[in-house]
Design a protein around this ligand. Structure first.
Ligand SMILES: *Cc1c(COP(=O)(O)O)cnc(C)c1O
Length: 411
């Protein structure tokens, strides 16, 4: 029996803080210039908002179309709260499937032109929930090197063989597919090809026609995570599969409801069998509570807006073109971006953080991003323009980039 009454031994046992190693890690972040405080948004999340007490133009939200403050979404959320309450009360498989969830899924399936959709709490939980089911032991996963962290975590939850090919390198993809098929027992195994539709840190679009063709030749499943393409690419924002007209040739599409859709959540779009197996086996679906009614209702309203106000997407792309040309015209390295995500790549993490801090002082919020999100020598400030930015706001941002970029000898 333990001696519960002995204060001396308790004191001895507690003489060292078992969490002391965290301080060392934090010191290391400081030493590398990667330490950052969370900035706090104190107003609505719009192109101009109040952050840390200062009014700034933000280039850091994923609110591509301004939907998170759209009157139709607000109204839908309020009405759902009044009618159904604040929370859903359970996981989907027990008592947490509400009529609004089912309505949203049916609507998304029609919108995405697939048989079925299943929603999750977030895009992140889609990837961690779905990938392990599609890649059982013995399967091979072939994944682009720049895929999102949630794809990487999903892969980590499998016992499948993992092969990472250099970003967007189609020769390497084909060679990897040949390799996994030609390995002993390779002919019969499940092969899963994973890619972002739009790469979140570089803003380039996946080479989907080639990825689909290579995967078809190798009888592999194609899985596209369209988080940054949802509401941005394709007709009415249907995503990258619609953009390239690859309907019916991509077996699994993941979308997010948290970015351009303006609310919160993720979804998987595909066949009826895919939905059925996920309903039975996807762990975030089984073990984590479903979205509140207001979230589902606001997402439904967002699809109405995508279908009814396509001019928002036109404005987003006009702004993206203007801003991207402005930045590269000033001499910044904007990498391979083709979308409203434009990185300003500066090199070391400390310089990216410095650029971001100085821009903030000039009234522009663009988050600095360093290791481990991107390689340390490719640290950057990432910008995202939205449909809401006025031309004058974007000009103000470009002027701030020009001044601070010269001051820090980046341009
Ligand atoms: C943002 C993002 C996610 C996560 O989506 P959430 O809905 O915010 O959890 C997943 N995949 C990619 C590629 C992303 O960019």
């Amino acid at each position: 029996m333990t001696d519960v009454a002995s204060p001396t031994s308790a004191t001895t046992a507690r003489s060292r803080d078992p969490l002391a190693f965290l301080e060392g890690e934090i010191d290391e972040l400081r030493a590398k210039g990667l330490y950052r405080r969370l900035r706090v948004v104190q107003s609505e999340q719009r192109s101009r908002c109040v952050i840390d007490g200062r009014e700034v133009i933000t280039l850091s939200s994923n609110n591509y179309l301004g939907l998170n403050t759209h009157p139709r979404l607000r109204r839908a959320a309020i009405e759902a709260v009044e009618r159904y309450g604040a929370g859903s009360g359970a996981v989907r498989t027990i008592a947490g499937t509400m009529s609004l969830h089912e309505e949203l899924e049916a609507r998304l399936a029609t919108f995405k032109r697939v048989e079925k959709v299943l929603t999750f709490q977030s895009g992140f939980t889609c990837n961690t929930g779905v990938i392990p089911i599609l890649a059982p032991e013995g399967a091979a996963i072939v994944s682009d090197a720049l895929n999102h962290a949630s794809i990487i975590d999903g892969i980590r939850l499998t016992k499948a063989e993992r092969k990472v090919f250099p970003h967007a390198d189609m020769e390497a993809l084909r060679a990897t597919l040949r390799e996994v098929r030609q390995a002993p027992g390779g002919a019969d195994r499940t092969v899963l090809v994973l890619t972002d539709g739009v790469f979140s840190m570089d803003g380039d679009i996946a080479r989907l026609p080639e990825i689909v063709e290579a995967s078809e030749e190798a009888d592999a499943i194609v899985y596209v995570d369209d988080a940054h393409a949802s509401g941005v690419l394709g007709r009415n924002g249907r995503g990258s599969i619609d953009h390239f007209d690859l309907h019916g040739r991509v077996q699994v599409q993941v979308g997010t409801l948290s970015k351009a859709i303006g609310v919160l959540g993720g979804y998987v779009a595909g066949s009826a069998n895919l939905r059925t197996i996920l309903e039975h086996r996807a762990r975030p679906f089984l073990f984590s509570t479903s979205a509140p009614p207001a979230v589902a209702a606001a997402c439904l309203a967002a699809i109405d807006v995508l279908e009814g106000e396509p001019e928002l997407i036109d404005r987003l792309w006009e702004n993206a073109r203007f801003f991207k040309e402005g930045l590269s015209g000033l001499g910044f390295d904007t990498g391979s971006s083709q979308t409203p995500i434009t990185p300003v790549i500066v090199g070391k993490g400390a310089l990216a953080m410095k650029l971001s801090d100085r821009l903030f002082e000039e009234g522009v919020f663009a988050q600095g991003i360093g290791f481990p999100t991107v390689p340390d020598d490719r640290s950057r400030v990432r910008t995202i323009v939205t449909a809401e930015h006025s031309r004058a706001e974007l000009e103000t941002c470009l002027a701030a980039f020009a001044a601070v970029g010269r001051e820090l000898a980046i341009i």
